[in-house]
Design a protein around this ligand. Structure first.
Ligand code: GLU
Length: 398
């Protein structure tokens, strides 16, 4: 049997691959601490579950419009207006099966052969492969640790051309945790507006996870011109601990939403109907639990950064958002482990898993092989124990 060559453009998704590996080892009785997939460690709040349970009991078990029920799309409009300061109407919203389907469908309706997409690295693992699958040329902007992994306006300007169709930004960023300031977002907007055929895809899924008084600025909120050039992606997974519900959304100009609706209608159709009612309960319900979650994450953030920096050979900048750290591990390259010389982030990931029983995601999938990603959405106890295991394992390298 010969599989389609197109599929060769999509590697297995490393975030979930590492998560599955950690789960398998745990099932075999290995005491693995998973710092792999980015998912909140608290359960979906009860009032959200109740919203979905009630919908099921009320018989909300049939198809809905592909883009989602009007009440959910209206609730998204209200939430985005309140939390991001951007006004949309329901026909500018499409609900998708996780934020991931928003990425996949948005890139597929916009990009084709001859188009370029500017992607700052490091960034979440799916952007480059999916853009490549869609036929576009990826122009990767290598950001620097010195600038906290943020793409400057000058770097963006150098990467753009008349063929640039899309620029991706992700603030707070997965994996670096960097947060763009208002001035930095304004600089990016000015550069995009100077290129008539360019649009921005802003991935704001970590917008509610900010520390140190950082502000979340949506590029779409800057001006009506910028809103017309923006696809705003968000979802329920990270904010409301709803990763398994698979609910995300895109806010974008009608023409784009309509094209995404058509594509989605040929694949998954609507997000699970009763889950959509849970989504309404999430958006319209209390949000006070977010403060507690953020305070917990903040303690873990401080502990993991301090811990990483106390290990010889590792160094880690303090992230300002999300729940990831992206320590530099390239100082371990050239050292000897039981499987031979450590040469890249995959080797480090395997070594950490096998000899520290800590699962993390190698940086190569995020576009920078000198780093590795740890999600600290796990208990403080696990963070502290993980650091001690890593310290011991690193000290054993020859
Ligand atoms: N986005 C999360 C992560 O980066 C979940 C896994 C995934 O969808 O890739 O870990």
């Amino acid at each position: 049997m010969k599989l389609a060559s197109r599929r060769g453009k999509l590697p297995p998704i490393p975030t979930l691959a590492m998560n599955t590996k950690a789960a398998e080892l745990k099932a075999q009785g290995v005491d693995v601490i998973s710092f792999a997939a980015g998912e909140p460690d608290f359960d979906t709040p009860d009032h959200i579950k109740e919203g979905a349970i009630k919908a099921l009991r009320d018989g909300q078990t049939k198809y809905t419009a592909v883009s989602g029920i009007p009440a959910l799309r209206q609730a998204i409009c209200d939430w985005v207006a309140e939390h991001k300061g951007v006004t949309y109407t329901p026909d500018e919203i499409i609900c998708t099966v996780g934020g991931k389907q928003s990425v996949f469908n948005a890139l597929h309706v916009l990009l084709e052969e001859g188009d370029e997409i500017v992607i700052p690295a490091p960034i979440w693992v799916a952007y480059e492969p999916v853009a490549t699958l869609a036929g576009a040329r990826v122009v990767r902007v290598e950001t620097s640790e010195e600038n906290n992994f943020k793409m400057t306006r000058e770097e963006l300007a150098a990467a753009m051309s008349p063929r640039t169709k899309l620029v991706v930004i992700n603030s707070p960023c997965n994996p670096s945790g960097c947060v763009y300031t208002r001035a930095e977002i304004e600089g990016i907007a000015a550069e995009v507006l100077a290129h008539p055929s360019a649009m921005v895809l802003t991935d704001e899924i970590y917008g509610k996870l900010l520390y140190d008084g950082e502000e979340h600025v949506s590029i779409a909120s800057l001006s009506p011109e910028m809103k017309a050039r923006t696809l705003l992606l968000d979802g329920f997974s990270k904010t409301y601990a709803m990763t398994g519900w698979r609910m995300g959304y895109t806010c974008a100009p009608r023409e784009i939403v309509k094209a995404m609706d058509t594509l989605q209608g040929q694949s998954t159709s609507n997000v699970t109907t009763f889950a959509q009612y849970g989504g309404i309960a999430a958006l319209q319900g209390p949000h006070d639990f977010l403060d507690g979650g953020r305070a917990e994450h903040d303690k873990r953030r401080q502990a993991i950064v301090e811990g990483m920096n106390s290990i010889d050979g590792l160094s880690c900048v303090m992230p300002k958002g999300a729940f990831y750290v992206f320590p530099r591990i390239s100082n371990l390259f050239g050292r000897q482990g039981p499987n031979g010389e450590i040469t890249d982030s995959m080797d480090v990931g395997v070594y950490f898993l096998e000899h520290a029983q800590c699962a993390a995601v190698p940086g190569v999938g995020f576009g920078d092989d000198r780093y590795i990603r740890f999600s600290y959405a796990t208990s403080l106890e696990n963070v502290k124990e993980g650091i001690e295991r890593l310290r011991a394992a690193v000290s054993l390298l020859g």
